[in-house]
Ligand binder design. Structure first.
Ligand code: FAD
Ligand code: NAP
Length: 340
């Protein structure tokens, strides 16, 4: 039985805390109900938007004329276990961090660096979530997605997902064409740790863990994130608003002459990654507040809602930041968040 609700406030369903109403709203807990929903007249006859935790979305209008589907498909299943790996399938509406905690409790490695990322398992492949040198693709096996136009479920392997830096086929050519219903992961029974990134090593050294373990790495990541990032429950935000730009080495060399302290990282594709947060900070945006919106005082890459901001005010500030970075450095920083 599908339970539609009308004129539902989405403030608690998006981490920017935007006061937006959905004309029609439904929460779906099983993949069978998701199939039923896609076949329903309400679904077929309206604009529709699927959300998970709403932690990568900005709503620009005050009312969404159409159907908002809150995906809450649960479930976790061990598919196979070998000497080295465990293959595990999770429902797409499960909270990502709960999935990570389940893996940590079992001592399975691979997702510990991705601890405390908000949102759901099903949205994780959308932008190939990443943090501290690990991306979803590193532990990804396959996913099941419901095609909206046919109602059929398709299986996607790694190649078919076309993962890139905060990208996948579902954020590009297949945007809004599929609903991801489950994701299958390959985790490690004897993990190899990746602690070279950012502040993890220092954090581990400061903690008094007895030996390196998935739990120790996860705890270190959680501690760093809690100390650096604004908690959306206190200050509305969607994490990094922009992607880090990748530029040609020759362009970087010309910039470096003017900005010798510019943080930069050589990528395997022989491009240079710059830290978008640093570029924004250099343009004077860090800590500035305009129309209840601002670039966070500790991490300028995170745009925050100081209480009563509208989605349009957030996007307007982001466009101003984007223009000023372009004017100063000649680099167009792209939005990472999804605008609706
Ligand atoms: P939503 O915001 O609900 O949706 C995002 C997009 O995916 C929308 O286009 C939506 O339509 C679509 N979508 C959602 N579920 C499905 C589905 N089942 N099928 C098809 N489409 C779907 N991201 C990182 O990569 N790394 C980080 O370290 C990180 N840190 C963050 C820290 C904070 C404090 C915050 C607020 C955000 C952070 N993010 C980070 C961004 C965000 O958490 C991730 O992008 C997350 O995967 C979004 O999940 P969600 O369920 O909230 O997606
Ligand atoms: P940070 O450690 O202050 O580093 C700033 C930027 O430099 C990061 O964006 C990171 O790029 C890059 N970087 C740092 N060390 C690197 C290395 N050894 N090799 C290559 N690149 C390196 O960043 P932070 O803001 O505290 O975030 C820490 C991690 O969490 C980062 O991986 C970041 O992506 C992730 N995070 C993501 C979001 C989001 O919403 N997407 C929000 C918060 C944190 P990368 O971003 O490419 O890793």
């Amino acid at each position: 039985m599908l339970h539609f609700q009308y004129n539902v406030n989405l403030k608690s369903y998006n981490t920017f805390g935007l006061d937006v109403e959905a004309q029609i709203f439904i929460e779906i807990f099983t993949s069978e109900d998701m199939v039923l929903l896609v076949q329903s007249d309400v679904f077929k006859n309206h604009f529709k938007l699927v959300i998970g935790g709403g932690s990568n979305i900005v709503f620009v209008s005050k009312k969404i004329e159409g159907l908002v589907v809150k995906n809450a498909i649960q479930g976790i299943e061990i598919i196979n276990k070998t000497k080295e790996n465990v293959i595990i399938k999770a429902g797409s509406g499960m909270y990502w961090h709960n999935f990570v905690l389940f893996c940590i409790e079992n001592g399975w490695g691979g997702v510990e660096n991705l601890s405390l990322i908000p949102g759901t398992v099903g949205a994780a492949p959308m932008q190939n979530i990443g943090a501290y040198g690990v991306e979803l693709v590193d532990v990804f096996e396959s996913l099941e997605a419901l095609e909206i136009c046919s109602g059929k479920i398709f299986n996607f392997d790694t190649n078919q997902c076309q993962f890139g830096y905060r990208e996948s086929i579902f954020k590009n050519s297949q945007k809004n064409k599929f609903i991801i219903v489950s994701v299958t992961f390959r985790l490690w029974l004897k993990p190899v740790f990746n602690v070279s990134y950012g502040a993890i090593k220092d954090q581990l050294a400061a903690s008094n863990h007895k030996e390196l373990s998935v739990k120790a790495v996860s705890d270190a990541v959680i501690a760093i994130r809690k100390s650096k990032l604004p908690d959306p429950k206190v200050l509305g935000n969607c994490g990094s608003f922009f992607k880090n730009p990748e530029i040609e080495v020759s362009f970087f060399e010309s910039l470096e002459k003017k900005y010798p302290k510019m943080p930069h990282y050589l990528l395997p594709n022989q491009h240079i990654k710059l830290a978008a947060g640093w570029l924004i900070e250099q343009c004077g945006w860090k800590g500035l507040i305009k129309n209840n919106v601002g670039a966070h005082k500790d991490q300028a890459l995170v745009i925050v809602n100081y209480g009563q901001a509208t989605g349009q005010a957030i996007v307007d500030l982001a466009l101003e930041i984007q223009a000023s970075v372009y004017l100063t450095f000649g680099i167009k920083i792209e939005f990472e968040v999804n605008i609706f």
